[in-house]
Design a protein around this ligand. Sequence first.
Ligand code: ADP
Length: 340
Amino acid sequence: MNEVVDDLFERLLNDPNTTIDQSLLIYEIIKESKIKCSKYDFMLKRLNKDINVTKNYLNASIEDLQEANEEISKVNNELSKMNRNAHENLNKLEIAYTDLEQFAYITTHDLKQPLRTILNFVGLLKSKKGDQLDLEAKMFIRFILDSGNRLDNLINDMLAYSVIGKSGNSKEFIDTQSLISNVLKDIETQINDSNAEVTFDKVSEIFGFQSDLRSLFQNLISNAIKYSKPDVAPKVHISFIENKNAWFFSIEDNGIGFDSNQKEKIFNIFQRLENARHVSGTGIGLAHCKKIVELHGGKIWAESVPDKGSKFSFYIPKFEMKIMVSQSVKNNSMKCNISA
Ligand code: ADP
């Protein structure tokens, strides 16, 4: 029996695949056994040597670990410093952005008054002295009125842009079905004049700023009708899907479309494409839409094929709504506990 055990031990010890754990186990078995012989002494010595090597190896590893730990805390300190700097820069940026928005609001607002005066007086000139003016003077007046009205539209759009998200209202649950129906009522004349057919999927309630979302839908639906092909009645469909994280909407049309290379550019303020040459507009509508979607923490994008149509899609995350719901659930359960 001893020989079999000897043989087994020897093979295990000489096997290079024997792990440290296994060596330690063998060592324990030999130590515990009552058998004493020179062979085991030899084995014990060898195992002791192995253990010492392992100890040294472990000590070296611990030193390495300590060094790595010191490096990590250095990097951590650097990171917290960078984080603090980023926070400070963000605060400065926020202040600068607010100043800029205030500046845009004040200047556009102040520009309105003198422009109104110019337009009123040129209007009076046309109505009161029109018959004393020659054809050229009448043409000049028309140019002034056209450009003045365009400037007035631009100022109004800029004012609307600068106050997005500043209504003071808070987010709420919105009956999107009636919000879209109301938008369609607001643009009824445009729909009837162009013979447009607008359809939409059944939509659920969403959580957001009512008036901003209304102008988001209005801009996108109105554009889908505005950029229609001549002699083709516009067909617009609003599709909707939702998953556990977000609500997704798409507004698809059969209009003139645009080159897909321009799909980012069109969301920039005052950016109008070649296809808009014969259509009136200020080039601010889609920038407006982008700002509203981003205000809700979402993203907007466009796809289009010239002469086939365009599709504008956006999503709004449910994150804040989930927090609201879970808070109100918590509050209700707290109330229940108190009353019980
Ligand atoms: P505006 O309509 O006042 O020009 P927008 O910001 O709403 O400004 O749109 C920017 C540009 O994007 C438009 O001038 C037009 O070139 C293009 N565009 C927007 N919507 C559509 C659409 N549904 N189909 C084709 N082109 C579009």
